[in-house]
Ligand binder design. Sequence first.
Ligand code: NI
Length: 184
Amino acid sequence: MAILPIVTYNDPVLRKKGEHVEEFTDETRQFVADMFETMYNSEGVGLAAPQVGVSLRIFVLDADNMMDEEDEKPGPMAFVNPEIIEKKGMKIPMDEGCLSIPEVTDKVVRPETVVVKYKDENFEDQEIEASGWLARVIQHEYDHLDGVLFIDYLSVFRKRMHKADLKEIENGERETRYPIKPKD
Ligand code: NI
């Protein structure tokens, strides 16, 4: 396994629409394993393929630590070619951050519950209804596959609040506790 360097804010790959995975090869399997290792190494709860410079519709997550004690803990999950087929419940604000935008967090409003169809790490069809933190992480990571970042949801005012931080990240001047892909 390998820890992959994470690309940061303003890297064009974060703005591309990821491609569907047509075939699940040994190489894909290895890539998913590397994504898990990269996510755990950076202490993230989710990681999408574009964040390691690969424009594919894959993300991984493990949100167990974020959940309440009484919640059911699904453990590590891989989502290949996911599709959010339903959004429901109240729209609620929750704090979000992103490994590609280190140390910037803000509140984003999203639906409380989502139903997602996807293929798992064995390329088998799955469907899940998720609420709470799990739904939150799924929606955040899913956005990455469409080139959307959580800061895109912020008001002009809130975005202005983060301007200096974003500039520092953009310039490759922000220190992180995990490997970052150096700027070209
Ligand atoms: Ni993110």
